[in-house]
Write a protein that binds this ligand. Sequence first.
Ligand SMILES: [Zn+2]
Length: 419
Amino acid sequence: MIRKLLVKNVVLKGNSCDILINGNIIEKIESTINEDNAEIFDGQGMVVMPGFVNAHTHAAMTLTRGVCEDTPLQPWLQNVWAIEAKMDGDAIYWGTKLAIVEMLKSGTTNFNDMYWFIPRAYQAAEEMGIRATYTYVLLNGFDKAKAEAQKKECLDILDQSRSWNQRVKYGIAIHADYTVDEDTMVWGAELARKEGLILHTHIAETSTETFSEVEKSGLTPVQHYDKLGVLGDNVIAAHCVWLNEDDIAILGKHHVNVVHNVNSNLKLSSGYKFKYDELIAAGANVCLGTDGASSSNNLDMRESAKTMALLQKAWRNDPATMHLDDVMAVLSKNGSKALGVNAGEIAVGKLADIIFIDTDTEAFVPNYNFESNFIYAANSSCIKHVMVDGKFVMKDRHVDGEEEIRAKAREISSKLINA
Ligand SMILES: [Zn+2]
């Protein structure tokens, strides 16, 4: 029999209500619901919001948090790559688990990952109850043998993924067009299209990468992807900081999902004039991501949303831009759309990915505008419970097994740094 859960006494968009969840789906939202045969959970007047979607991250990079600070991009990359080269399946498993604890505690219920050892990373999400998409990284440095080996492994994991838990999806990633040959880019895009998978990639992250490409081929990275026929509404393109008008029109025409990774871009001095308004007007779907913890240091989407809003207002010299409604959509709804998941809103018929906010703290007094308090005044410690797929995965700010996860991650990261 499908389990029913009745969440009593919560606040949704300013109104008190009860929410009935049938299995993993929201069945009813009314001011008062009485239902026999349902387990009852008392929400104690907490505010409910849809869980956040981290649309671009490298989860297990939590193990490289803070290893190289205040250095230029090139030495930073060398440092991170040297540590990554030593990571094995166990490191990925525990590093991903550490990321999941952190994500749940900051309200993320779904993430889009691009990293290595996918079967072990899958195990982490499967065990911890979070929703995820794991994208296989095609990254060959123009080496033919490597390209073939990766294609084979990518297809092997695709086969394995057919028996995965429905909460976790498989996808394809083209690392970037300056690290992958054109044949492989087209191969990955065609496979993703044929199998109905997400195609995840990095585009136009830095000015050096973007303008050296223009100098070499006469095409911008976006024009290059377009020429190869790679772009479509299944594409999730991280960064896109260096775009011209034509690039924005191309991304809009193909309804590409563009992910703003604001804290990473700021910290690595990649660029900051992200064209939110222009991309939306052109028809693109704009989402938010944290990127890996090596560059953004944490995986806190609320904090990223605050930085994004402040920065849009600052560089455009316009305090009226980036309305709170847009900020909330970027946090949940747009990312769910990008990942093809029927969530991102608390509404009847949607998946029950819900976070519960305790407003009994100074940040919510006075509470003239809840969303403003949540984004600009609070921090993520106000997130008390997290539900994914109709089940609680964090209660009273505790995630099952978190103590062991921190201990293992400490042990593994110290080996990686000192080895
Ligand atoms: Zn990235």
